[in-house]
Ligand binder design. Sequence first.
Ligand SMILES: *[C@@H]1O[C@H](CO)[C@@H](O)[C@H](O)[C@H]1NC(C)=O
Ligand SMILES: *[C@@H]1O[C@H](CO)[C@@H](O)[C@H](O)[C@H]1NC(C)=O
Ligand SMILES: *[C@@H]1O[C@H](CO)[C@@H](O)[C@H](O)[C@H]1NC(C)=O
Ligand SMILES: *[C@@H]1O[C@H](CO)[C@@H](O)[C@H](O)[C@H]1NC(C)=O
Ligand SMILES: *[C@@H]1O[C@H](CO)[C@@H](O)[C@H](O)[C@H]1NC(C)=O
Ligand SMILES: *[C@@H]1O[C@H](CO)[C@@H](O)[C@H](O)[C@H]1NC(C)=O
Ligand SMILES: *[C@@H]1O[C@H](CO)[C@@H](O)[C@H](O)[C@H]1NC(C)=O
Ligand SMILES: *[C@@H]1O[C@H](CO)[C@@H](O)[C@H](O)[C@H]1NC(C)=O
Ligand SMILES: *[C@@H]1O[C@H](CO)[C@@H](O)[C@H](O)[C@H]1NC(C)=O
Ligand SMILES: *[C@@H]1O[C@H](CO)[C@@H](O)[C@H](O)[C@H]1NC(C)=O
Length: 876
Amino acid sequence: MEPLFSLLFLLLLPRPSWLYSLHNCTLYSTDPQKIDCNDNEFYRIPSDVPKSAKYLSVSVNNIQLIRQSDFSGLTELQMLDLSVNQISLIEDAAFSHLSSLTELNLDNNRLTNLTDHMFTGLSNLTVLGLEYNKISHISELAFVPLTKLQELSLRDNLLSSISDIVNTVSLCPLLTFLDLTKSPLTSFESEQVPFPLNITELDLRLTPLRRFSLHSDVFPRLQTLHLSNIFTNFQWDISDKAFLKSLRTLDLSKIAFSVETYQLIFQSLESLEKLSLSNGHLNRGLLDGACGIQTLQTLDLSYESISVLNDSLLLSCSNLTELDLSRNSLKDLGPSSLQMLTRLSRLNLRRNRLTKVPLTVRNMSSLTSLFLGYNRISKLRCLDFSGLHRLKVLDLSENKLTNLNSCVFQDIQSLQELYISENKILYFDDRFGITLPNLLVLDAAENNIEELQTGVFRNMTRLTDLELDSDSATKMSVNGGTFDGLTDLRTLSLSQVYISPAGVGPQSSSRGRSQLQQVFNLPSLQTLKITVFETCLIDWTKDLFQGLDNLKVMFIKSSFIESPDSKMFHHTPHLLNLEIRNTDEWLPGPELFQPLTVLQTLDLSENHLKSVDFLSEANLTQLQTLKLQKNDLSVINERVFEALPSLRYLDLSDNPFVCNCSNADFIHWVIRNKQVYVNGAYQYRCESPPSHQGALLLEFDYRWCWESVGFFCFICSSALVLLTLLPTFIHHFLRLHLLYGFYLLRAFLYHRQQRGRGCAEIYDAFVSYNVHDEEWVYRELLPELEGRQGWKLCLHHRDFEPGDSTAPFMIRLMLMFITAPLFMIRLMFNHSSVYDQADVQSHLGNLGSIIRINIYAPCITPNSISDYLILNVTCK
Ligand SMILES: *[C@@H]1O[C@H](CO)[C@@H](O)[C@H](O)[C@H]1NC(C)=O
Ligand SMILES: *[C@@H]1O[C@H](CO)[C@@H](O)[C@H](O)[C@H]1NC(C)=O
Ligand SMILES: *[C@@H]1O[C@H](CO)[C@@H](O)[C@H](O)[C@H]1NC(C)=O
Ligand SMILES: *[C@@H]1O[C@H](CO)[C@@H](O)[C@H](O)[C@H]1NC(C)=O
Ligand SMILES: *[C@@H]1O[C@H](CO)[C@@H](O)[C@H](O)[C@H]1NC(C)=O
Ligand SMILES: *[C@@H]1O[C@H](CO)[C@@H](O)[C@H](O)[C@H]1NC(C)=O
Ligand SMILES: *[C@@H]1O[C@H](CO)[C@@H](O)[C@H](O)[C@H]1NC(C)=O
Ligand SMILES: *[C@@H]1O[C@H](CO)[C@@H](O)[C@H](O)[C@H]1NC(C)=O
Ligand SMILES: *[C@@H]1O[C@H](CO)[C@@H](O)[C@H](O)[C@H]1NC(C)=O
Ligand SMILES: *[C@@H]1O[C@H](CO)[C@@H](O)[C@H](O)[C@H]1NC(C)=O
């Protein structure tokens, strides 16, 4: 009966849209309250956004209008991103439902006018983005509801009057950041600001600004001012140094003012700490002026075109603590060009053309961070970092290094982070090993390391993060002693790893796989990432992961997992997150996952899996997130997912689904189940049968699958119901006919029984009549039939002895007059042979026009007179 009920339900209910069937949006698997509806060509806000959403992004669509009803009910929403649409109109109070909203992004739309009621109700908004619109007018009260606004970006709009802007934003007492980049503002004068603002950061980059003048203290809290990329012809007019007493950061990059202007500017700044200067025309005078600001600590000289930094350029800047010389064309630095910077702690030389570590950095004992990434350094000399006893961060990524000599690091024993990714390193110093006792992070990814021999990390005992993965095809040989001593290691990533016996390189140990040993003796390791593109590098044996007792996250990307041992994860029972990708011909058994009793996230995407039935016996009771994208799953058995009691998120995107009845239960489950969100389900497409290729899976009308079975059941059960009802109907409406049939039968039987016996007396007819008709019977019927026609009639009152029940008698004809006016005569015949229909008709001709007489001939007793057979005579 179950299909029948389902059928009835289906016929009665419309298709609903639950949270679990979001149409074109997706939920983040890590945070189901984050909804991503980006890039869908939407013309309006999707209506199926769950009310519990906290973050909603509807960016990159075609929305033109925001309606009042668009966000109703989304009272939990905190962040709303509507950027990159065509919004030109926002209905009054359209955001008024969003009482929890703190961030609203309307960047890249077509707004021209900010009206009074546009932002009504956004009383908790702190960040408002209106960049890249066409706003030319802000109504005076537009920002009144935004009492908590802290950051406002009006970058790249058409607002040309600073007083209009100030008048509107002054209603937001907490506003600290105002971005007016690229606005058509030609001057900024304190007279345009009627009262002091609380702004701490003002961005006026890329404006056609010609004048900046302060004659009153309108920015008592201004800390950061951006004036980069403005006109060269610029007037700076500050009548009192105190007006910029809070200014700490000034961005003057990409402009070239006159010497006088720079002087005016530097003289008006008495507490500046950070200055960006890059105009391509750097000279000693300019730097002397800038470094003349007593408080200056950070100088940004990036994007210059300095090719050689001579020894005198920075002479006056000895108090700097941070210097940025990145993105220049530096080939070399004078041998003492930085030596005067005795307080420098952070030096950025990234993205230059250095071929060796500049001599001048030696002995800079104050240095804690040194960035040399993206240069052309091919060799490190033993003394390159001499004297850098306080260095904590060293970046050498994207250079041309081929090896690392241990002597290089002898003075930088305080080093905590070393970045040497994207070089061409083949091996670490193999004779002495590198001693960096305080190193926490070593990023050596994207190199060509061939071998990591025993004990190579033994003197880096505090290491917590080690990156050794690479896209290169170089096989990296590790052995049982490679990771010795890394008791604090938390994160390890490896690629093309080849496990060889201790002390033997890959060339000499092609049979090494048979002599496997424990490689990962890393008791603190939490995250392990292994990428292998080639076959047979790793034997996925039972004990491969032995020693990883605390592993929580494992990513395996392997183009080949050669029959993994079903006990492979026995040593990692605390795994929370497991990802296995890119395997060929892999069919895991349920035993593989059974040890993983606390697993929460499982990603088995891109594995050519044809079935996931193994999951139903895998005992993954804690599993919440399951990703199975890009497999070969065509028919899905939804019971697998029902066997995962904690499952909340499922992703089956990009599988070659088949649109036939085999998936009917799965489709139904996707739409109806209220526990598991199936990500992107409404975009799943069918690969087969050919008639449905490219069709949307969830649009497959699976109901008919059930109805073909259901219809049969329906017919059967309907028949049963009708059969039950029929007797009742018959009894109700046809009782008399039944009775009639019953008596007919009885009489027939009785007659057969009596046939041989003979009857005591024979009457021609028995006359039954109503008392009211007695007069008519005696006056008209008797004289006619007995008198004139010679019948022998039997009349109840005249011929029966009361109580005489024994003697049967025969009646040839029974005349029954129920009521004369009805003209209904019921007759009972004895000898049908004697009285045929026409005969009786002619005998009774005077009594009315009898049309049809049914004849029968029983032999009856007076007691059974009530059982007499009633035969119909139809009269005119
Ligand atoms: C989802 O997107 C498709 C095409 O991109 C569109 O036809 C459909 O109407 C969208 N669904 C909803 C609910 O907006
Ligand atoms: C929004 O602000 C009001 C006061 O303006 C406050 O009572 C309420 O708790 C805030 N709501 C949220 C979700 O922050
Ligand atoms: C902007 O709005 C104001 C007031 O609502 C109106 O007077 C003005 O014409 C509008 N401007 C544009 C360009 O729509
Ligand atoms: C500046 O902030 C103070 C409180 O910190 C507030 O009283 C004052 O109104 C604000 N000024 C403006 C112009 O918003
Ligand atoms: C150092 O370089 C600056 C600018 O590159 C230049 O103005 C100055 O004359 C040079 N000084 C010496 C001593 O070469
Ligand atoms: C460096 O700072 C000290 C105080 O810390 C100051 O006396 C000295 O003048 C500053 N030097 C320059 C060049 O600004
Ligand atoms: C660094 O300092 C040491 C002694 O402290 C000295 O011998 C050496 O010459 C210095 N090197 C440079 C490049 O200044
Ligand atoms: C590790 O450091 C110790 C001294 O701290 C030293 O004796 C030993 O040789 C170093 N080992 C390697 C492999 O460099
Ligand atoms: C599944 O786990 C439960 C407890 O979490 C355990 O009792 C049961 O034996 C496990 N079943 C299998 C087949 O491992
Ligand atoms: C659906 O298609 C698959 C694959 O073509 C096939 O194995 C299965 O028998 C089909 N199911 C039904 C009910 O036709």
